[in-house]
Design a protein around this ligand. Structure first.
Ligand SMILES: [Zn+2]
Length: 121
């Protein structure tokens, strides 16, 4: 159980299952239903930086299996809606997911971002 502030201290490998999904109160939630959660990144890398995650644990894009087809469809609908909204507001957006060494938290998460790179750390 993580009890500290959301920005500090978390050193595990699944921020989403351990911190974000159990307690949405600390998040700036963009979308929330029984299977998908989207929120503004707690440590944004870009001016607009939203992450979209399945609430059920999935390791990464490359481990998605046939059993996850319905969940992936639901996830993609949310990614598309958020990306469309960012694109309309900002004129441009990017959608990405990291794999392997690039993936910090070992729970599938899709970044939707736009605008300049922030230099926070
Ligand atoms: Zn997880």
């Amino acid at each position: 159980m993580a009890t500290g502030p959301i920005r500090g201290g978390y050193v595990g490998h699944d921020f989403y299952c351990d911190v974000a999904i159990p307690d949405l109160s600390a998040l700036d939630v963009v979308y929330d239903d029984e299977s998908v959660l989207a929120f503004h990144h707690t440590r944004p890398f870009w001016e607009t930086h939203i992450v979209v995650v399945p609430k059920k644990h999935v390791d990464s894009l490359t481990t998605v299996g046939a059993d996850d087809a319905d969940l992936m469809r639901r996830l993609f609908v949310v990614v598309q809606a958020i990306a469309r909204d960012v694109e309309e507001r900002a004129g441009a957006a990017a959608v990405l997911t990291n794999l392997g060494r690039y993936q910090d938290s070992k729970h599938l998460h899709i970044h939707v971002h736009s605008g300049g790179r922030l230099t926070t750390e």
